[in-house]
Design a protein. Structure first.
Length: 471
């Protein structure tokens, strides 16, 4: 079949595309910024349509010749007007694909009473819009458990870091988690069914959030004590999650809101329709996720999605401030490239660790992602991936890495390294770049010049030492 995947840079989309290719389907992906597909194992095997669901003009021709499409886009991390943007995106999709034979949409299981969560309401609203306009199968899923998923990372860090915890009463609500491999199987089977199946809940066993944390602890051989109390509101709970885990408050809030009511659903119809899919037990899903993390096989991560904001391409133009340092190193370029592409995450930034941690804390306090997002893989990077409070802007194997800042700054900032062959060795070039937003940005840059003098000069020397030690 000829399939279209929206949200191909997201957690689910990035894992769905190779599954479709393995089953012999031809795949077209919608990408707002095709640069973010570079480095994916399937990049050369798909057709790319550059477009943005917020701009119907850019979508023209996207659905031509398509047998089935997947709608995997939502603004979980999108600010206060996310619901309006999601409605507009759904309507634009319908407008440019009016004759699409089949659409598969991934939504969320709804509670029996009207959902308090704005995000669950929005997901249901988008599903209704799509079903009204196109032949649509809507799969509604509970928390997705897999290496790198936001739900799994929240459970993982809460369980690992807190031997005993006072937790909000909502952890006693029942939910229906599902392994990521099972949700991918349901998506593929729904598209290959060839006809719409309306709305179906999909999920595994019924567990409380407390039982999910206790199950994780059993898999890890940990003992944990959890005391539910009624005094933590969802807003306070999301701040608590943001404090203990790498999940920023902006993402923790919709995750928490989604379980403040029981979200049980009825997976009976989906299991009857697709008996070949046997949902994994929760603890087995946890074991597989941990094994993927241990072996470095996390193919997508919650922090890897582009999000709803504008993307930028660095241009060499007047007004960009630069701070450049370079060293001649008697090493091959690859040794230096391997070193600077392994910065961040668990490894850290080699020097001035407390200063990086302090900058991350300040960023988190003002609403930024902070430094705790880490990275998907300890040594491999693809464009569009998150590295702490940076986003990979460009990677040229063996030569260049450029990171774009996602921390809150009055302007746009990049940090770049180049490994350039020079007279039998390599010239390591490190450049900090900043495009200030008016006077506040200019003052910000010059205020940090003294700190940069210490931190960046130490960093380039540390990279050279680390590369020499590694060889």
């Amino acid at each position: 079949m000829r399939m279209l995947v929206t949200g191909a840079t997201g957690y689910i989309g990035g894992r769905l595309v190779p599954r479709l290719l393995e089953r012999g389907h031809s795949v077209r992906v919608l990408a707002r910024d095709p640069r973010k597909l570079r480095g994916r194992s399937w990049e050369e095997k798909v057709e790319v349509h550059k477009g943005d669901l917020s701009d119907s003009e850019s979508l023209k021709g996207m659905g031509d010749g398509i047998d089935a499409a997947f709608y995997l886009v939502h603004s979980m991390y999108g600010g206060e007007d996310f619901a309006a943007r999601d409605r507009k995106a759904a309507r634009n999709f319908i407008e440019v694909c009016p004759t699409l034979p089949l659409l598969v949409y991934l939504g969320g299981i709804l509670p029996d009473t009207p959902p308090r969560s704005e995000h669950l309401r929005s997901r249901a609203e988008v599903g209704a819009i799509l079903r009204e306009g196109l032949p649509t199968t809507e799969l509604r899923a509970g928390p997705i458990i897999g290496s790198g998923s936001a739900s799994f990372e929240m459970i993982r860090y809460l369980s690992e870091r807190l031997p005993a915890m006072v937790a909000p009463r909502w952890i006693l609500n029942e939910v229906r988690p599902i392994a990521v491999r099972d949700i991918l199987a349901y998506l593929v089977e729904a598209a290959e069914a060839g006809a719409p199946l309306e709305v179906m809940d999909v999920g595994g066993e019924l567990l409380t959030f407390r039982q999910m944390m206790e199950g994780y602890a059993r898999v890890r051989g940990l003992r944990r004590w959890i005391l539910p109390v009624p005094v933590l509101t969802p807003k306070l709970s999301s701040h608590w999650v943001g404090l203990v885990t790498p999940i920023p408050n902006a993402i923790a809030a919709p995750l928490v809101e989604g379980v403040v009511q029981p979200v049980v659903g009825d997976p009976g119809p989906s299991r009857a329709r697709f008996p070949q899919i046997e949902p994994l037990p929760y603890e087995r899903a946890v074991e597989l996720a941990l094994e993927r993390i241990r072996t470095g096989e996390v193919t997508t991560r919650w922090s890897g999605a582009l999000g709803g904001g504008e993307t930028f391409e660095l241009e060499d133009r007047e007004g960009i401030m630069r701070e450049t340092r370079s060293l001649k190193v008697d090493l091959p370029p690859q040794a230096l490239f391997d070193t600077f592409t392994s910065l961040g995450g668990e490894k850290g930034w080699l020097v001035w660790g407390w200063a990086w941690a302090l900058r991350g804390l300040v960023d988190q306090l003002v609403g930024g992602p902070g430094i705790r997002r880490g990275r998907r893989h300890p040594t491999k990077l693809d464009p569009g991936e998150a590295v702490d409070f940076w986003r990979v802007d460009a990677v040229e194997p063996g030569r260049l890495l450029r990171l774009r800042a996602e921390m809150r700054v009055p302007g746009r900032a990049w940090l770049q390294w180049e490994a350039l062959p020079e007279e039998g060795g390599t010239r390591l070039v490190q450049t900090a770049l900043f495009a200030p937003a008016g006077l506040p940005g200019t003052l910000y840059w010059y205020a940090l010049v003294p700190a940069h003098a210490f931190i960046f000069s130490s960093l380039i020397r540390a990279i050279a030492r680390e590369a020499a030690a590694g060889t």
